[in-house]
Design a protein around this ligand. Structure first.
Ligand SMILES: [Zn+2]
Length: 373
């Protein structure tokens, strides 16, 4: 038995008692939906997908308790996810949600906003100018701005196709890890199919260019735009009193996302993240981090992609050609530990899309945000 557990059992644990947060329902946690992370800092909680790796389709949500209300960073990825969040947030504090800051436009971060607005109609909604613009353009999104039966049915059909596909793939899998991975995907998407029903895209009312401050005596919040990275408008949120930095999908673990990113500027933005004297970094997906080791690994990975792409772009390689020739197998092990299931997703989530972005960047072509970008 660990000493700390023994001491706690005897009521002798050192320091002030930190109340464990109320937890999400056990079946949600077991299937890789929301759980509430260990206390992140005073007045700060992270709500995130449970371990093990469940393909990360749901963005982290951070809850910050100010004196007169709560600030959320991100809003869940669906109407049902937003309703689950409302329940979890009410379990953490009796205070109302006063503001929601959206880190970026990708659907798994803003799409629970409609339900948060139903629960707390006075809430301020905030994003960078670029994020606001994307969310005002429902063509960028897979969900409509107002109820639309036809688009809703198409979306449910799309999500509904995942569980049977996952079941088929589990049956064909050649390793136990892969079989279990597809089974986890099936279980999680059975929740997501229900939760996507009625999901809307709501744009934040307030945009900002560089900085927006929500001042407070115990937990002031600074929303910042540091430059392009994962999208063209990623917000990061800094809590100077708690020294917590919330990075959105500029930082995703264990497998980063490469869709529509800007490799050169991403490296610069990661460098700016390192200048914050953070005690905790909350990524867009994955566990809170206590040091900059993962930022360094991600920076090195982006630099390696750019190094390999440069000569391919110079010789005019096509996308298919480049995707076949870029080899990140030496780098991927640091993210996947060699697990074949994670290797598969490293290739799909990172290598294929980031090669597409890096090739465009190297050829001087625009990287366009949007579902088809
Ligand atoms: Zn995300």
């Amino acid at each position: 038995m660990k000493l700390a557990i023994l001491l706690a059992a005897l009521g002798l644990a050192a320091g002030p008692a930190v109340a464990a947060p109320p937890q999400a329902p056990a079946d949600l946690v077991a299937d890789g939906y929301f759980e509430i992370a260990e206390p992140v800092a005073d007045h700060v909680w992270a709500i995130r997908q449970a371990e093990p790796f469940h393909l990360q389709p749901i963005g982290n949500v951070t809850v910050i308790e100010q004196v007169d209300g709560l600030v959320l960073v991100d809003a869940g990825g669906s109407a049902g996810g937003g309703r689950r969040l409302v329940g979890l947030v009410r379990g953490l504090s009796d205070k109302p949600v006063k503001a929601v800051i959206l880190t970026h436009w990708h659907g798994d971060h803003p799409q629970g906003l409609s339900e948060i607005l139903k629960a707390w109609p006075e809430v301020r909604t905030i994003g960078t100018a670029a994020t606001r613009r994307h969310l005002q353009t429902p063509a960028t999104m897979n969900t409509p701005a107002a109820p639309d039966a036809e688009r809703n049915a198409a979306l449910l059909k799309q999500f509904g196709g995942v569980p049977p596909m996952a079941r088929d793939n589990a049956a064909k899998a050649t390793t136990e890890d892969e079989r279990e991975g597809w089974r986890r995907l099936e279980r999680l998407f059975l929740w997501l199919v229900k939760d996507m029903d009625g999901t809307l895209t709501i744009a934040p009312k307030e945009g900002f260019d560089d900085r927006l401050v929500l001042d407070d005596a115990q937990a002031p919040v600074e929303a910042r735009y540091l430059g392009r990275a994962n999208t063209d408008g990623d917000a990061v949120v800094w809590l100077p009193n708690q020294r917590v930095l919330i990075a959105g999908d500029i930082v995703v673990s264990p497998i980063p996302y490469g869709f529509g990113g800007y490799p050169r500027e991403w490296i610069e933005t990661l460098g700016k993240l390192k200048t914050f004297d953070f005690a905790v970094l909350i990524p867009g997906h994955g566990r809170p981090m206590r040091d900059a080791a993962y930022l360094d690994r991600l920076t090195a990975l982006l630099a390696e992609v750019r190094r390999q792409i440069a000569p391919l772009a110079a010789e005019g390689a096509t996308l298919k050609d480049a995707q076949g020739r870029v080899d990140l197998s030496a780098q991927s092990r640091a993210f996947t530990a060699g697990d074949p299931w994670r290797e598969l997703w490293f290739d799909r989530y990172w290598t294929q899309p980031i090669v597409a972005s890096a090739l465009k960047e190297a050829k001087g072509e625009p990287i366009v945000q949007g579902l088809s970008g």
